[in-house]
Design a protein around this ligand. Structure first.
Ligand code: Q0Z
Length: 314
């Protein structure tokens, strides 16, 4: 993944200090009115309309993508509250400023579990590559004969390290997660990751969408101890969005080839077509997208939101 353009500065938000730029999101800390300093208890997560494809952040933005993904993530948090609590404080004014209304959430600042928790229901991507080399993924042995896109016998936990931006995350075994965070917490985040993916697929299944895999992040909330006095494990970041998960259209799912992407298929097809004039292996940045590809892609994000939630977007 190419790092964000160092020349691009994040928008100034009155009353918030910018703390970090992600690939497609920005992180701010509210400035405490009495001290005039950034607070330590909360963060403002802002989703932009930026989009990535083939490990590049594209020059073109997808209008409303930030809002659609933020609203979808909030809806999923509500579908998961019986499995796990979440970090959301408020998604409305005045905690969320007008300038980023609909695409930002004020969240509790947590001690993040330093592991990318990935659950896979179907085999593809880096999981498939690892399977072809050694018949296992992150130490989980798999049956012979699986293909690109195969449904796994049961969902698996395939954690990775959190690499700095621009670098690639490295697979971890479950034992390595245990050595990093302790076995009780390793077991907890593994079971939670699988439970979130299973629930997500139960809900998505009837709505024409398959969730091939997902990345979730957990944090510890010291302010909310559990029954044994340990800090509560809380679901953080975003959840079950097309940016954190592979969404596949159920209608065209067919193991044995790369699956269509629910959200980015128009972008990928155009970038790899002669029309774009771009060669993926050239190392050059992809060209800007034509308006019709931008509009078709916007429609797919809205379609996924409306299809899953049963709500109308906007
Ligand atoms: C999330 C990220 C970005 C959005 C840190 N509740 C939390 N407590 C502490 N840290 C985080 C969270 Cl969500 C946290 N990220 C990833 C980066 C925009 C989210 F630029 N990093």
């Amino acid at each position: 993944m190419s790092p964000p353009d160092p020349g691009a500065s994040p928008p100034v938000l009155k009353g918030y200090a910018h703390v970090y730029s992600g690939k497609v999101r920005e992180l701010y800390a509210p400035i405490d009115a009495s001290s005039g300093q950034p607070g330590q208890d909360s963060l403002l997560l802002v989703a932009t309309d930026r989009i990535s494809a083939y490990d590049f952040i594209l020059d073109s933005e997808i209008p409303d993508k930030g809002k659609v993904l933020t609203q979808l993530s909030l809806w999923w948090f509500d579908q998961l509250t019986d499995i796990i609590g979440n970090h959301v404080i408020s998604a409305a004014a005045p905690e969320v400023p007008e300038a980023v209304a609909g695409r930002a959430v004020l969240v509790r600042r947590l001690d993040m579990v330093p592991v990318e928790c990935i659950g896979r229901a179907y085999l593809t991507g880096s999981g498939l590559a690892e399977y072809r080399q050694r018949s296992s993924v992150c130490g989980v042995r798999l049956p012979a004969g699986l293909k690109d896109g195969s449904l796994l016998p049961s969902p698996i936990f395939t954690p990775t390290t959190k690499a700095p931006i621009g670098a690639h995350d490295q697979p971890m075994t479950y034992a390595e997660v245990g050595a990093t965070v302790g076995l009780p917490l390793a077991a907890r985040v593994r079971d939670l990751t699988i439970a979130i993916l299973v629930r997500g697929n139960e809900i998505a299944a009837g709505r024409g969408i398959l969730l091939a895999d997902t990345k979730v992040e957990f944090g510890l909330d010291a302010a909310r101890p559990d029954a044994e006095g340990n800090p509560a494990v809380v679901l953080a970041d975003e959840v079950l969005t097309p940016d954190s998960s592979r969404f596949w259209p159920a209608a065209t799912w067919a193991p044995g080839r790369a699956q269509d992407s629910y959200d980015k298929q128009f972008v990928r097809d155009w970038l790899t077509s002669p029309a774009s004039g771009w060669d993926r292996s050239s190392g050059r940045v992809p060209p800007a997208l034509p308006d019709d590809i931008v509009e078709a892609t916007r429609s797919k994000y809205i379609e996924a939101f409306e299809c899953l939630t049963g709500r109308t977007f906007g």
